[in-house]
Design a binder for this molecule. Structure first.
Ligand code: NAG
Ligand code: NAG
Ligand code: MN
Length: 387
């Protein structure tokens, strides 16, 4: 029976393959890449799928690529925590920073957690050979590629597990070179479990969870033989890391989960934070230093309107906070227009007006808890339009 590498040795092999000069390569490089949002689901789906496929016939090396620059990997603290539970670290992953300038013809791409290549990877769009994703199908990828699994599910990882279930069992029945097979399987299962539990809030997010989520969780859980492993504690640990931004500076907090739009010639940027205004003001040492840091970020991005949205759960009560700031003359006018269309967000001045200036900057507790950035961004973009 052929053997397989440990997860760490596999990642080292992938790195070596990427560094091999084109003239010495005998076959195209096959990549597995996730969404440019580079969240836990994307990063870990790429690693898990690549490992299973590489260890299944026809044993083509699949290189898992993290869809972000190496510098930004440091912001993905939850991924670092999950890797560490598997005895790995961020240094084991490959990022866009290690991707050489490749001729698209020398490559093949398997997409996970998205179904349309973006950014610097767009030039490889003609070389997509497969896709597993839980976002809406943009219809860009040929119907003929295999696998082509694009369907709603709590986590893309659940679809990866479902699709590779048999390959998984066959691949993992092989002995491991320089390692213990059962231990390696546990590592892989833990990486898989993390994103499913995280994306589905421990399988409780009813509107997101589909049949394949609990099925994948049961499948992965059964591979973990460590009697001390406690699924709930694992979920709690990942959640705690996700919300721990104490080690980040404010620029990193503002760019960790950041999106930008150009609308009517104006630039809007919205940062999301997993800690509320109370925490952020406390961390900054006051409202003024917090606003100074935010102003620095808005200057760096050249924004007309900046927004900061937060989620938090003081005393187990879920809260949303929202700050909107008009920075240029046109941005200030947009914030004024926002004042007329923001009713549905059910806003109440936050902290007695500690972060408000009463005109071009408002900060509120948002009582409409259903409105995430997906709902708030269109309102702000509407306000940017001069009418
Ligand atoms: C990437 O993920 C985000 C958030 O999960 C989603 O909104 C977006 O559509 C995805 N991108 C693609 C190209 O599928
Ligand atoms: C997570 O789900 C498990 C199984 O349903 C349950 O026993 C546990 O209490 C849940 N934990 C949390 C923190 O929600
Ligand atoms: Mn996802």
């Amino acid at each position: 029976m052929p053997s397989r590498q440990t997860l760490q040795a596999f990642l080292a092999t992938a790195r070596k393959a990427l560094a091999t000069p084109a003239a010495q390569r005998t076959a195209p490089l096959t990549f597995v890449v996730g969404n440019e949002s580079a969240d836990l689901d994307s990063l870990s789906s790429a690693v898990v799928y690549a490992y299973i496929r590489t260890n299944s016939p026809p044993h083509t090396l699949h290189i898992p690529l993290s869809n972000l620059p190496r510098f930004d990997l440091g912001l993905r603290t939850e991924m670092a925590a999950v890797l560490s539970a598997a005895g790995l670290g961020p240094a084991d992953l490959l990022t866009l920073s290690e991707l050489p300038d490749l001729d698209p013809d020398d490559t093949r791409w398997m997409l996970v957690d998205h179904n349309c290549l973006t950014g610097s990877l767009k030039k490889f769009s003609g070389r997509v050979v497969g896709c597993i994703d839980h976002h809406a199908d943009e219809g860009v990828i040929a119907q003929s590629v295999r696998p082509r699994v694009v369907e709603p599910c709590g986590s893309c990882m659940s679809l990866v597990v479902d699709e590779t279930r048999h390959a998984w069992d066959n691949a993992l029945s092989k002995e491991v070179e320089d390692g213990d097979a059962a231990a390696e399987d546990e590592k892989l299962a833990k990486i898989g479990l993390a994103s499913i539990l995280s994306d589905t809030i421990n399988l409780t997010a009813k509107e997101k969870v589909r049949d394949k989520d609990p099925k994948a969780v049961a499948f992965l859980r059964a591979k973990i033989r460590d009697p001390s492993f406690d699924r709930t504690r694992y979920f709690d640990d990942i959640s705690a890391v996700k919300e721990d931004i104490s080690g980040l500076n404010f620029r990193d907090i503002f760019r960790k989960d950041y999106k930008e739009w150009d609308e009517a010639g104006l630039k809007l940027g919205i940062s999301c934070s997993v800690q509320g205004f109370d925490y952020l003001v406390g961390k900054a040492g006051g409202a003024v230093p917090l606003l100074d840091d935010l102003a620095g970020w808005t200057r760096e991005r050249g924004l007309d309107v900046a927004s900061l949205m937060t989620t938090s759960h003081p005393d187990d009560q879920f809260q949303r906070h929202l700050l909107v700031w008009g920075l240029t003359d046109e941005g200030k006018a947009a914030v004024e227009r926002f004042g007329k269309i923001r009713d549905k967000l059910e806003l109440e001045t936050w902290g007695g007006g500690a972060l408000d200036d009463g005109a071009v900057r408002g900060a509120w507790r948002q009582h409409n808890l259903g409105a995430s950035r997906k709902q708030v961004a269109p309102l702000l973009r509407e306000a940017l339009k001069k009418s």
